[in-house]
Write a protein that binds this ligand. Sequence first.
Ligand code: TRP
Length: 458
Amino acid sequence: MIQGNRDGFGSRLGVIAAAAGSAVGLGNIWRFPYVTGENGGGAFLLVYVLFILVIGVPVMLSELALGRRSQRNALGAFKKLAPGTWWHIIGMMGIAAAFFILAFYTTVSGWTLEYLFLSIGNSFEGQSKEELNVTFEEFRNNGYLPLLWQLMFMLFTALIVYKGIKNGIEKYTKLLMPALLLIIIVLGIRAVTLPGSGAGLTFLFQPDFSKINADVVLQALGQAFFSLSIGMGALITYGSYIKSNEDLGKTAFSVTLTDTLVAVLAGVAIFPAVFAFGIEPQSGPSLVFITLPMIFQEMTGGYFFALIFFVLLVIAALTSTISVLEVVVAYVSEELNMSRRKATILSAGSISVLGILCTLSQGPMPEIHIGNRNLFDILEFASANIMLPLGGLLIVLFAGWYMKREDLYDEISNKETLKIHLIWAYYFIIRFLAPVAIALVFLNGLGFFGMFGEGDFS
Ligand code: TRP
């Protein structure tokens, strides 16, 4: 594999940290609990884990393999591997998805910065859940504060991405992931020892199959893709920075395992408290911003835990936003022949415009909406539940049907130096199982067959 002077990851730990850093983020700690809450709890979790294992790992492995094989960005990879074909529209859709995701993701990342500052000032102390709700709503409706935090967050993201892979992304992700894991475990322990917490665990772990409908299944698929950072070429891009002697299959497994563990731990930290404090599990995007301050109030040393937690949440968000921005920057710099510096400024700047509209639509300007969804909801729904699964579908079709089987095997087995045990299962999944499953969930979610009742797209 020619690596030339292309930037890349320097160590195995760096690869895992960066890829796990991309996967573990607000998707696990903010989105997973609220989407699980809205979709009935245990049954949703079950479907979600099923998708993670059966579809998530193979899609992730395919992305890493396509990236490393081509040594190119999310769009360039398809131009290189399938010249003269239309396959590179996968890359175009990926770039568009990166815009959408980063726009609403930096909105929420901005909220985490505000909450970090509130926790420094010990502002949650003594607030009831109603008061915490008011705190959140007042902040969200403030005309400039959420925008300020959002742009600041985008700036941090851009600064790291600008520095490149080894001295930027790798360096910053390697230290911080273990700390995050530790603090979530501590929070989980506090939450399950709260009086009245049992109902939360029952909600999270006891599936009630009557809650499953087409929409729940689609939401679970979307959450699986979003949480693993798959379906838009982020891992094609990262894969292109991975050395030729790293084991891609093992990388995919470790990243998936870490990501799922953090999501479940976040659920264990949040749902017992949701029930113990009588918060609505369906409260949507504000769920963790109300629940977590309540837990901190009930803890000895809550002030410090709140502080550490929000520091880590900011970091978790940052290691994810850099992976999304990198998709766009790698594309712009490699395909449009621009310096990394210019590409970073251009990408971060243009995404921020969409991001600002998105933040405003969540607060002071609810008139930015279509039907009963505001721009924030639209971008979140369109990217996670439509673009990522569709991207994933096309990626497995590409890997399974377009790529030569020997070439794919060559990449995954590091030129047959690794023994790959479940290669037949992987191949079966990417050719048949994953495409059929994604297509079914998709069409059914859009209300095509009416299986499990109507999908709810309103
Ligand atoms: N997985 C991240 C999270 O859970 C979000 C994310 C980062 C992402 N990069 C991505 C989602 C690429 C989809 C595609 O917070």
